[in-house]
Design a protein around this ligand. Structure first.
Ligand SMILES: Nc1ncnc2c1ncn2[C@@H]1O[C@H](COP(=O)(O)OP(=O)(O)OP(=O)(O)O)[C@@H](O)[C@H]1O
Ligand SMILES: [Mg+2]
Length: 594
């Protein structure tokens, strides 16, 4: 019940509308009961005595008008409140999920997370906006009908209604079952969402490996599971109305026996009895709706439990209370005995006791074999993850003591996987700088050597990039990502394989642009092609998460058994001419390049 109460707190801002809706419901239910009461007059006066036809007719019309107005206003307002609640919840959920740590996103797939925002919220929407309205309106109707029955003849009412409480037991039991089934159903739906997102995203791999049938089988199994779960709910739900109807029938038969004797003894008029029996029959509608209301409510509660669990998951990197804004970088960035392990339960240390200091304005290149921990290391700078031990200091201030916003505002980043948004090229470049002028955007694009291919597109900078940037080549996408980082113009720059998708010629051009960009900026550069790191002020070679060596290109190359030398030799083997050229020019380019 706590999930339900928590759900209700979301309606608190809209209580004015809610109260109005309840008022309209009272009108609706009262008018309805009034109509039933009129049956007595119709039979006893209008039909039997031929009087009051006009009066009764007018009243009928007025009551229907009231019922209609009350029904419309209450349905509209209740649905409105429900939709607002759902909208607020959805917005909060999105914001909350987006605020989670990088580790959180690694553990879950986008398909799963999307399922929370679409399926779970939709389930609540169904439960809240329709059901709570029904619950109140139909309960009120029941109260009025019962009141009317007691008003007409209390003893008859007791005879007729003794069976009613019997219906409560299956109703409650069923509700519990539906809630747990809903949870399983939502989990099955989540799995379906995950499977489809995965297969659609990886459609090319699926096709290339000819595994369509295998994927379809996986999907079919998940669908089947959902179907079975839904079937349990359906069969349970469908068994209720017949049971209730039977119970109602028994009540009416009892009333009929009792009333026929009373009418015979002239203690009850036919009109009284007809009004009474009409009320009894009319009760069936609300009662049936109410039996479903509980089921719907339980579904909404089941789904909201899942949502609240998500809302109670806090994996954000924490901002300390009283964190200050980080002033612009002036002197240096320091890694001090940094050890890091991902929060995946293995406890495996990806970085071990990494210490180094980069003076502001310098370029540090990080090299190492795949899996050495290079990406992990640079991810610590904008605090995508927090260090496990040790500290990272900017101008001597621990980055955990400053606000995330001010820290991240100082970091420009080009990640290993290029991420572009489904928007125009212009908006993608200006992603972090919405107030940029056209000239600034173009300058950034030129510097990243993107301007040429962008202007060749039909709509130029206004061209929309289809989802995930599929319409552009890998190198073009990477150049847009570089332009985006250039435009942000942040003092700290992280380039994680920023030029890996470019051919050698474009890379040279972009490299040139990057070299200009890195001027007066503190840059972390990761590149597999060592020709690109040669120009760095300092090269840090990682091996199994440790700093194996640090120094300039020639220094490291001069070490007989060095890690860097080994990496370099491997590349020379791959591309002997380039390596030879590198070695030949190493001496004079390294200082002139920056
Ligand atoms: N989210 C994660 N959870 C657990 N382990 C991870 C996670 N991300 C990376 N790792 C592990 O950390 C190690 C270092 O990964 P990292 O991505 O930093 O390597 P890298 O040096 O950037 O490699 P590459 O050159 O291939 O990009 C790898 O062994 C990897 O398996
Ligand atoms: Mg990497």
């Amino acid at each position: 019940m706590t999930a339900f109460r928590r759900l209700l707190t979301y309606a608190r801002p809209y209580r004015g509308r809610f109260v109005l809706a309840v008022g309209a419901m009272v009108l609706y239910a009262a008018a309805d009961a009034g109509l039933v009461y009129l049956v007595k007059y119709i039979i006893d006066k209008v039909l039997a005595a031929q009087t009051g036809l006009v009066w009764v007719s007018t009243t009928i019309l007025v009551l229907y008008a009231c019922k209609g107005a009350g029904g419309f206003v209450s349905t509209f307002l209740m649905t409105d409140v429900g939709q607002r609640v759902v909208r607020d919840l959805r917005n909060q959920l999105f914001r909350h999920i987006l605020g989670q740590s990088a580790g959180f996103f690694k553990r879950r797939t986008s398909g799963q997370l999307m399922s929370h925002i679409t399926n779970d919220v939709a389930q609540i929407q169904h439960g809240v906006s329709e059901t709570i309205g029904d619950l109140l309106r139909e309960s009120l109707a029941l109260v009025f009908y019962t009141g009317l029955m007691f008003y007409l003849d209390p003893r008859l009412a007791i005879v007729c209604l003794t069976g009613a409480p019997l219906v409560l037991y299956p109703l409650v039991r069923l509700g519990q079952r539906i809630r747990s089934t809903t949870r399983r159903g939502q989990e099955a739906l989540e799995h379906i969402s995950h499977l489809s997102a995965e297969s659609f995203t990886g459609h090319r791999i699926v096709k290339a490996f000819g595994t369509e049938a295998k994927e379809a089988d996986r999907f079919r199994a998940a669908s089947e599971r959902l179907y079975r779960i839904n079937l349990t709910v359906t069969s349970a739900l469908a068994s209720l109305p017949p049971f209730m109807e039977l119970l109602g029938g028994v009540g009416i038969v009892g009333a009929l026996w009792y009333a026929s004797r009373k009418i015979g003894a002239n203690e009850l008029t036919v009109g009284d009895f007809m009004a009474f029996i009409t009320a009894a029959f009319m009760m069936y509608g609300p009662a049936r709706k109410l039996s479903r209301v509980n089921a719907n409510l339980q579904q909404a509660i089941g789904a909201s439990e899942r949502i609240f669990e998500m809302l109670d998951t806090h994996t954000e990197v924490h901002e300390r209370p009283g964190a200050r804004a980080l002033p612009p970088l002036r002197s240096s960035i320091e890694f001090r005995h940094v050890t890091f392990a991902y929060d995946d339960g293995s406890g495996h240390k990806i970085l071990r006791d990494v210490s180094f200091e980069v003076p502001a304005g310098q370029v540090i290149a990080i090299v190492g074999l795949s899996g050495a921990g290079k990406t992990t290391l640079v991810n610590l700078v904008p605090r995508f993850y927090d260090v496990t031990a040790g500290a990272i200091l900017i101008d001597g201030v621990d980055i955990r003591d400053v606000t995330l916003r001010s820290l991240r505002a100082q970091v420009g980043i080009v990640t290993q996987e290029t991420v572009l948004f489904d928007d125009t090229i212009w908006n993608n470049i200006a992603y972090g700088a919405p107030h940029a002028t056209d000239a600034e955007v173009e300058a950034a694009a030129r510097a990243a050597h993107a301007h040429e291919f962008v202007t060749a597109l039909s709509d130029g900078y206004r061209t929309r990039i289809a989802e995930r940037g599929q319409r552009l080549s890998g190198g073009q996408r990477q150049r847009l990502a570089i332009a985006r980082a250039l435009l942000k113009n942040a003092p700290i720059l992280i380039l994680d394989e920023a030029t890996s998708s470019l051919d050698s010629e474009s890379e040279l051009l972009v490299q040139d642009a990057l070299a200009r960009l890195m001027m007066n900026r503190t840059s972390f550069v990761i590149a597999h092609r060592l020709s690109t790191v040669r120009r760095a002020d300092v090269i840090l070679a990682l091996e199994h998460g440790r700093v194996a060596e640090m120094g300039r290109h020639e220094e490291l190359l001069a070490r007989p058994d060095g890690v860097y030398r080994k990496l370099y030799a491997l590349q020379a083997f791959d591309n002997p001419q380039a390596a030879a050229a590198d070695t030949a020019t190493a001496g004079h380019t390294e200082s002139g390049a920056r």
